[in-house]
Design a protein around this ligand. Structure first.
Ligand code: BES
Ligand code: MN
Ligand code: ZN
Length: 502
């Protein structure tokens, strides 16, 4: 999506559609009031007569705009002024963009950056472009008759205060990058397991590397090259070979600056293996590479925004299938770190691929490591579908991750990782078991990972409840690309403060 920032009188601006947010039972926003005056009080009258209800998320198209340079108006309800904070703002924005992309227009001017919030112009601009990119998203490559494509290609952001122009431009640039990253994540998630295999993910990495003009170096490690017995044990039952995918981004001025590492769980299909899952809803286990998809989406956003940081992106990819060669309950495998694991349940496979990827991350002497995984059904029980689960061995890092989630409005919630839970992983036959029984399944899964994260500040994001929607809206959400990208952008600010640049 192209964007521009517009400070001239919006009444004169020639555009196919003016998008105007309106509070319920309250005064018009200053810029909307100006447009109202210029159009013989069209908007005020519609509201007074009850012809437009400005309830949150309501939209109404006015196919003409007397006195204005615009060809049409799209009114968008913000709901009650006193309740209009982030959640309401974003809901209204989504409603507006969903309506906008259905119109036969190629550009629109939007006044959302003037809504009063406890967020700056950059944030509002960023969310506007992100919402536009998400609204444009279609996944119809497998439909014989895809729906017609949206025609919208350009958004103009109306900014009343000219001191805010640079802030709006920066926000719009970041929002576009994050929106496109989110959409890439959604596509990888939505692709079926017979297309999106570990080798397919490796090809995606190669393509990102090739298109990056040297900004991203890519290395694919295959079965033979690894001593990663836990990772490899998961793919044993599959005809698809497992892959460890490593992408390095060097953006910091100092090439030796310690990198931030993101590690994604890339189970391209999780049948449960010999501990087979029930059939109902099993198709959704194609989304079990959501952590990997989130990492890929973040790579895409980072390559666009080019922050001055070093980062390493690792994806542990395998397909978990039952077969004569598959790992069985009770099998003991040796991890890359050297610890042995008794695989009591082959459906607890995510932690097996991730533990070896975490050990692999050690070689980069990272400043921080965050893994992202659709790891436990228990995370859905604990947090539902709104918050991502966060566990960490470092309270400062946990706070940074929580803050990034708040900043991007892609929020996580901190769960305890106390030592008391660790003994649930005791095994009679190996160094540790891969499951910890029913209580606190999300925490014991993180406890397992923590055994492989003792050399760096580490955080774990359980996105089992947030990576995709089920039901009629079935599809990948693109979370937590917003959180992860924000986390990395915040590290750039950290580094600048340390070196006295800011
Ligand atoms: N990928 C699943 C977790 C999952 C299940 C995510 C449902 C989203 C929806 C993971 O590999 C798994 O199967 N976990 C088991 C762990 C158990 C065997 C300890 C689970 O959560 O049941
Ligand atoms: Mn599983
Ligand atoms: Zn899984």
């Amino acid at each position: 999506m192209e964007f521009s920032v517009q400070t001239a009188n919006p009444a004169k601006a020639e555009t196919a559609c003016l998008v105007l947010p309106v509070y319920k039972d309250s005064e018009l926003l200053p810029c909307v009031a100006k447009l109202d005056d210029a159009s013989e009080r069209l908007i005020g009258q519609l509201l007074e007569r009850g012809d437009f209800d400005a309830a949150l998320g309501n939209v109404q198209l006015i196919p003409f705009a007397p006195g204005l340079g615009a060809e049409r108006l799209l009114l968008v309800g913000l709901g009650a002024r006193e309740k209009c904070q982030e959640a309401a703002f974003l809901k209204a924005l989504d409603a507006a963009m969903t309506a906008l992309v259905k119109l036969p227009i190629d550009d629109a001017s939007v006044a959302f950056t003037d809504v009063v919030l406890e967020r700056d112009t950059a944030w509002k601009a960023r969310k506007t472009l992100e919402a536009a990119e998400r609204a444009l998203y279609r996944f119809d490559q497998f439909k014989s008759q895809p729906a017609p494509k949206a025609t919208l290609t350009a958004l103009h952001l109306i900014v009343t205060d000219s001191a805010e122009v640079e802030s709006a431009k920066y926000g719009a640039r970041v929002g576009t990058a994050i929106g496109q990253g989110i959409n890439f994540t959604r596509t990888l998630g939505n692709l079926p397991g017979n297309v999106c295999t570990p080798r397919y993910l490796a090809e995606q990495a190669e393509t990102l590397g090739r298109d990056s003009k040297g900004a991203l170096s890519v290395e694919i490690l295959d079965e033979e090259a690894l001593g990663a017995g836990a990772l490899l044990s998961v793919g044993r039952g599959s005809v698809e070979p497992s892959r460890l995918i490593v992408m390095r981004y060097q953006g910091a001025e100092d090439a030796d600056e310690a990198p931030h590492v993101l590690v994604g769980k890339g189970i391209t299909f999780d049948t449960g293996g010999i501990s087979l899952k029930p059939g109902e809803g099993m198709d959704e286990m194609k989304f079990d590479m959501g952590g990997a998809a989130g990492v890929f989406g973040t790579v895409k956003a980072v390559l666009e925004i080019k922050p001055k940081i070093n980062a390493v992106f690792i994806v542990a990819a395998a397909e978990n299938m039952p077969d004569g060669a598959a790992t069985k309950p009770g099998d003991i495998v040796k991890t890359l770190k050297g610890l042995t694991v008794e695989v009591l349940n082959t459906d607890a496979e995510g932690r097996l691929v991730l533990c070896d990827a975490l050990t692999y991350a050690e070689r980069f002497t990272p400043a921080s490591v965050i893994d992202i995984a659709t790891l436990t059904g228990a995370a859905i029980v604990a947090l539902g579908h709104h918050a991502t689960g966060l566990l960490s061995n470092d309270d400062d890092l946990a706070l940074d991750v929580l803050e990034a989630g708040e900043g991007a409005w892609d929020r996580a919630w901190h769960l305890p990782l106390w030592d008391e839970y660790q003994e649930q992983l005791d095994s009679n036959f190996a160094d540790l078991a891969n499951i910890g029984g029913r209580p606190a399944g999300t925490i014991t899964a993180a406890c397992f990972l923590s055994r492989f994260a003792d050399h760096f500040p580490w955080a774990h994001l359980d996105i089992a409840g947030t990576a995709w929607h089920s039901g009629k809206q079935k599809g990948a959400t693109g979370r937590p690309v917003g959180l992860l990208t924000q986390y990395l952008l915040d590290r750039e600010t950290d580094a600048q403060i340390e070196t006295g640049v800011k």
